[in-house]
Design a protein around this ligand. Structure first.
Ligand code: PGA
Length: 236
């Protein structure tokens, strides 16, 4: 099964940076898929010329209702060849996005042929994984309720919030525990589970033995050489 490396550029970069991201088209990979998620505005500046690379976004509207000032629908992003959407990132949960909103966004994405990358994770290192289980269950329930085809690919990213941008990493054992929990909770779905949180060019190889199907990368995505190193390492 192919691995996936996702770049979450967050609210970083500018026109020049996203033009420079096009050097990634030269990457030669065997069996790894790369998803680049710029801020919406910069989507047109990434010109994909490599079959291994796809575009993603960092958020999507819950609806396709036109009366949604300031929102962006899956129908709109598809015009820019977007195939993936990060949904429920902890930085969005922190500004008020609820499990219910996240579930609506996942359904809206799937109904419009966008593969969701759903972020789940506990806030504190000693908190346990109950919150992860309930975050997954809400999504699962919405998928059932909306009769979404279970063969559709769904991606979860296990991102312990305490690890994001802090340089702190869980152990491989802890990552595997969370991934197993996600896979058993959502066993009826066609799943991939990524790991995200403080992955860098220096530490990614320590995490490679985990069960993760790839990485969701934040800060390191802005350093193109380090990002390439991780992609090539994952592809080996
Ligand atoms: P980080 O962020 O790699 O900078 O820790 C990961 C994320 O927020 O998805």
């Amino acid at each position: 099964m192919h691995k996936l490396v996702v770049a979450n550029y967050k609210m970083n970069g500018n026109v020049d940076f996203f033009r420079s991201v096009n050097v990634l088209n030269k990457l030669k990979v065997r069996d790894t898929k790369i998803v680049l998620c710029p801020p919406f505005l910069y989507l047109p500046f990434i010109k994909i010329k490599n079959k291994a690379i796809s575009l993603g976004v960092q958020n999507l509207s819950e609806t396709i209702n036109h009366k949604s000032t300031g929102e962006i629908s899956p129908i709109m992003v598809k015009e820019f060849k977007v195939k993936y959407a990060i949904i429920g990132h902890s930085e969005r949960r922190a500004i008020g996005e609820t499990d219910e909103m996240i579930a609506n966004k996942v359904v809206n994405a799937l109904n419009h042929d966008i593969t969701p990358i759903i972020c789940v994770g506990e806030n504190n290192a000693n908190e346990g994984l109950n919150v992860v289980k309930s975050q997954v269950k809400v999504v699962l329930k919405a998928i059932d309720k909306n009769k979404i085809d279970k063969s559709r690919e769904i991606i979860f990213a296990y991102e312990p919030v305490w690890s994001i941008g802090t340089g702190k990493l869980p152990t491989v054992k802890d990552i595997d525990k969370a991934i197993k929990l996600i896979k058993t909770t959502a066993k009826t779905l066609n799943l991939k589970v990524l790991y995200g949180g403080s992955v860098s060019g220096d530490n990614y190889s320590e995490l490679m033995p985990s069960m993760a199907d790839g990485f969701l990368l934040g800060g390191v995505s802005l350093k193109l050489d380090e990002f390439k190193k991780i992609v090539l390492g994952v592809d080996k």
